[in-house]
Ligand binder design. Structure first.
Ligand SMILES: [Zn+2]
Length: 246
């Protein structure tokens, strides 16, 4: 009888099954003309990729990754931009905001105002758009697993505090520089008050994500075309999920 009650209890409290996959895309610099830097995308190519994504997928805010949904008619896509580069203000935001497409910028706080990077005024202006989320990409873009606990705490909490004082809104999400973290980082990121954190494991994310502080992302590089991006978001290259769910 005890066993039955125990089993019944676990049935009642069992977390819901994931309702599907989302692809969280990680872009870096969106440049005027294509040049051979792995982490850049030309603006023309970026536009073509977004238009192709919109044909088959729904671009949503990060918050929707956590909403259980049985609507499987369209793939869910989240757009993120790492490092807080000035191209986000100059090219990405005017294009995406005009189309009401949501996106998130993970700002490297220590380089705010440096040549090629956003400055605090850009961040204030960007955060005023309802479809733009400002997240942290730490202070100095070092590998967190190589730092002392005190340094990790400073990277995660100071960057959050500075961005919150600039924008006047809560910074809820973090992207680990290089996708690098260890168990100490996982404890601190929760302690500092982030609601979720993003890594760089090249796979789609479950909805809701399996691990809140290690959400997968798909990096878009200079070699991606609209065709390859569609293949990525629909899971054609997602061998991680394929082997995990066999
Ligand atoms: Zn970065």
């Amino acid at each position: 009888m005890k066993e039955l009650v125990k089993n019944l209890g676990s049935f009642v409290t069992r977390p819901k099954k994931p309702s599907g996959y989302a692809a969280v895309l990680c872009y870096h610099d969106i440049v005027e003309n294509q040049y051979l830097d792995y982490y850049t995308t030309s603006f023309q190519m970026f536009i073509q990729q977004i238009l192709a994504i919109q044909q088959s997928s729904c671009i949503v805010k990060i918050d929707e990754l956590f909403i259980h949904s049985y609507e499987k008619t369209k793939h869910k896509i989240v757009l993120t931009f790492d490092d807080g580069l000035i191209s986000v203000a100059e090219r990405v935001a005017p294009f995406l905001c005009a189309k009401n497409i949501p996106f998130t910028i993970f700002v490297q706080v220590g380089t705010l105002g440096y040549p090629g990077f956003l400055n605090p005024q850009h961040v204030i202006a960007l955060s005023s758009y309802p479809n733009v989320e400002i997240g942290s990409h730490c202070l100095t873009h070092r590998r967190l697993s190589t730092l002392s606990e005190k340094e990790i705490w400073s990277e995660l909490s100071r960057s959050k505090e500075i961005l919150e004082s600039i924008t006047g809104t809560k910074v809820r999400y973090l992207a680990y520089p290089y996708g690098d973290f260890d168990n100490r980082v996982l404890e601190i990121v929760a302690g500092v008050g982030y609601e979720a954190a993003f890594g760089t494991l090249e796979a789609r994310s479950l909805i809701p994500p399996k691990e809140l502080y290690n959400i997968n992302r798909l990096t878009i590089t200079a070699f991606d075309t609209p065709f390859s991006v569609i293949k990525k978001v629909t899971g054609r290259y997602d061998w991680v999920s394929f082997f995990n769910n066999r």
